[in-house]
Design a protein around this ligand. Structure first.
Ligand code: SF4
Length: 357
C-alpha cells in the first residue's frame, strides 16, 4: 500500500502503521527494524522532538524532518461546561475548523472526534448540516485531534467516539485507517470495544465495515421508527430506507460478535416521541442485540425542532425497557456551552462576522 501523502506530497508520520514506517526506514536507507521504535515514539509516547529519541540511527531524525510531516491542530476556542465537558474548536492543518469534545463520565474521558469539515448528510436537527460538506479530513488530522486531547489531559482519552462533525462512513478510507491506528496494540492501543463509529445510515458502507472487520463498535443514529418520519429528519433515508439499513446493521451484529451495536435515538417533541413510535421501534429492532440510547435534542436556533418533555422521554424509555431492550436515557452534556454539534463553529463564525462588521 502506498504511504499516504498529506500535504506538499509529504507523507504524514501520524497516519502510518508499522509496515508503512518500515517502508519509510528502507527509503531512508536504515534497517526496517527501527519502525517499531518510531511507531512507539510517534503514537504511544507522542514524542515532540524526534532528535531527542534514543535508539534511532544517526541522521534519521533529520531525514524524517525533511521527508515527512506531523500535522498538528491548533485550538482556537476552548469552552468548559459546569459538568466538566470541554469543547474545542480546532483549526485543521489542511484547512477549516472542526469541533472535538471531551466528555467525563464514570472516571473516564470520552473524546468525540470529527471526520469531515462540515457534512453532506443534511440531517434536519443538526447545525453542522447547514455548512454542507467542505472537505474530508485526512487520518492524520483525526490523530491531531487526539493529540490535542492528550496535551490537555496528559494522556490519551480512554474512549473515542466518531460522532463529531461529519459522516464517518462518507470518508471511509481515512476513517478506517484512523480506527486501525487507534487500536493497533503497538501504537495507541485502545481496545476496539472503546472505539465507536456513529453513522447516519450509509448501508453499503456498514456492509464494508463488516467485511473489513473494522475494529470498533457501530452506533446508528436512527431517530425514527418508520420511513416517513426518518425521510423527514434525515435525507439519507431516501437513499437507504430502514429495511436496507437494518439489514446492514443485523449483518454487522451477526458477524462482529465482539463489537457492540448502539441505536441512537434523538427524541424530538411531537415528531418521533409518541408511545406508538416506541412500540414501532421495538418491533423494528426485534431480536437485534443492541443498546438503545435515548438522547435529548440539543435545541439551537438553526432548527425548528425542540427537545421532548421529560414525561414523554420516560414513557418512551418504559415501553422499550418492557420490550426487553437495554435502554439508557443519556443526559444532555455541556448544556451551558455550545453543546450541539456545529454550534461552537457556528458561534465562532458569527463572532468573526460581527467583529469584522
Ligand atoms: S447529524 Fe451527523 S450525519 Fe447528520 S448532518 Fe449532522 S454531522 Fe452530518
Amino acid at each position: 500500500m502506498p504511504i499516504p501523502a498529506f500535504s506538499a506530497g509529504l507523507p504524514a508520520l501520524t497516519a502510518m502503521d508499522q509496515q508503512e514506517l518500515a517502508t519509510l526506514c528502507r527509503q531512508a536507507g536504515i534497517k526496517p527494524v527501527h519502525a517499531a521504535t518510531l511507531q512507539a515514539a510517534v503514537f504511544r509516547h507522542a514524542v515532540n522532538d524526534l532528535q531527542s529519541l534514543p535508539g534511532l540511527p544517526h541522521g534519521f531524525a533529520n531525514w524524517l524532518t525533511a521527508h515527512t510531516c506531523r500535522p498538528q491542530a491548533i485550538c482556537v476556542n476552548l469552552q468548559q461546561a459546569a459538568d466538566g465537558t470541554r469543547k474545542m474548536l480546532l483549526r485543521m492543518p489542511g484547512g477549516g475548523e472542526v469541533e472535538s469534545v471531551l466528555i467525563p463520565a464514570e472516571g473516564r474521558i470520552t473524546q468525540c472526534i470529527s471526520t469531515q469539515v462540515g457534512c453532506a448528510m443534511g440531517c434536519g436537527f443538526c447545525l453542522t448540516a447547514s455548512m454542507g460538506l467542505v472537505r474530508h479530513l485526512h487520518a492524520s488530522e483525526m490523530v491531531a485531534q487526539l493529540m490535542q486531547a492528550r496535551r490537555i489531559l496528559g494522556e490519551y482519552p480512554r474512549n473515542v467516539v466518531l460522532m463529531g462533525m461529519g459522516e464517518p462512513l462518507h470518508n471511509y478510507a481515512q476513517v478506517a485507517r484512523f480506527v486501525r491506528l487507534l487500536t493497533d496494540p503497538a501504537g495507541i492501543a485502545l481496545s476496539p470495544r472503546r472505539v465507536t463509529l456513529s453513522t447516519s445510515g450509509l448501508a453499503p458502507a456498514i456492509h464494508r465495515m463488516t467485511e473489513d472487520a473494522l475494529p470498533c463498535n457501530l452506533a446508528v443514529s436512527l431517530n425514527a421508527s418508520n420511513d416517513a418520519v426518518r425521510n423527514q429528519l434525515m435525507p439519507v433515508n431516501r437513499k437507504y430506507p430502514l429495511p436496507a439499513l437494518l439489514q446492514a446493521v443485523r449483518t454487522f451484529a451477526a458477524q462482529s460478535r465482539r463489537r457492540r451495536v448502539l441505536i441512537e435515538y434523538v427524541l424530538i417533541d411531537g415528531v418521533n416521541d409518541a408511545p406508538q413510535h416506541a412500540r414501532e421501534l421495538a418491533a423494528l429492532l426485534h431480536a437485534l442485540p443492541c443498546t438503545v440510547n435515548l438522547l435529548p435534542l440539543n435545541s439551537h436556533k438553526g432548527t425548528p425542532y425542540r427537545q421532548s418533555p421529560p414525561e414523554r422521554v420516560q414513557a418512551f424509555w418504559r415501553i422499550l425497557s418492557k420490550a426487553g431492550f437495554v435502554t439508557v436515557v443519556r443526559a444532555a452534556r455541556g448544556d451551558d456551552i455550545s453543546a450541539a454539534c456545529g454550534q461552537l463553529h457556528h458561534q465562532q463564525r458569527y463572532q468573526r462576522r460581527t467583529t469584522a462588521a
